[in-house]
Ligand binder design. Structure first.
Ligand code: FMN
Length: 225
């Protein structure tokens, strides 16, 4: 199994989020996964311009790392998102990537992959952020197996407490085992199914404006010409 992870902290691998992500990936590697961390620097994936070209042509016009990262995810089996809590939400670096996936979302183009979310904060409020990140995974077609977080303000010393380390390591293992067993909780299946039907209606409505996406649905999904 190949897992791509996107790290949305400007502090990179040495920051809190990068260190917690590393433990998750250690867990995945213990089950045989190959992993790669892609740090999202401010200029590597720029904000969406809202030009709609991705819907029309299937690629973004901006010349940055987005298309290369997208293609790496297409080739991988898993995607882990990692972000610090920045004002009750994900960092702008990760949010820019999420916004740029608008076309992927319309096609649920990462279907069949497995993923998870990693968050660190100063003071808490990680649950709604984890739910948002895992909802993003679901609407791209990825089965989220869970999330792990750490509230740094309640941790003394340089390392994460053993309980958090265990949760992070086990989450990484679960990505691999759930992928191997093709586990899909009923709640995820229902959420995906509802979103699938919503996107199908959108494609029919936008048939003329968004030819790439409409054609994708005709070729890959249950939508006839
Ligand atoms: C711009 C900015 C906004 C932040 N907003 C919050 C916040 O709303 N709530 C919170 O608990 N921590 C907040 N923090 C603290 C970070 O979430 C926390 O330090 C996190 O562990 C940083 O991760 P990193 O070392 O990977 O960058 C903020 C930090 C920064 C720099």
């Amino acid at each position: 199994m190949k897992i791509i992870s996107l790290l949305g902290s400007p502090r990179g691998l040495k920051g809190n989020t990068g260190r917690l992500l590393r433990i998750v990936l250690n867990g995945a590697e213990s089950q045989g996964a190959e992993t790669e961390i892609i740090p999202l620097k401010g200029d590597s994936v720029l904000p969406c311009r809202g030009c709609d070209v991705c819907h029309q042509k299937g690629v973004c016009v901006q010349k940055d790392d987005f298309e290369a990262i997208k293609n790496k995810i297409f080739k991988a089996d898993g995607l882990v998102l990692a972000s610090p809590n920045y004002i009750f939400g994900v960092s702008a670096q990760l949010k820019a990537f999420m916004d740029r996936c608008c076309g992927i979302i319309h096609c649920m183009g990462f279907e069949g992959k497995y993923g998870a979310s990693v968050i660190t904060s100063g003071g808490g409020d990680e649950v709604p952020i984890a739910e948002f990140m895992n909802h993003f995974l679901t609407i791209t077609g990825i089965v989220p197996v869970g999330a792990v977080w750490a509230t740094m303000g309640s941790i003394s010393g340089d390392d994460f407490p053993q309980e958090i380390r265990t949760r992070a390591f086990d989450l990484g293992k679960k990505i691999v085992t759930d992928w191997k067993n093709q586990e899909k909780p009923e709640s995820t299946a229902l959420e995906m199914d509802a979103f699938y039907r919503r996107m199908k209606r959108l494609m029919i409505f936008r048939k003329d404006q968004w030819p790439y996406e409409y054609d994708y649905w005709v070729r890959h999904r249950n939508l006839s010409n």
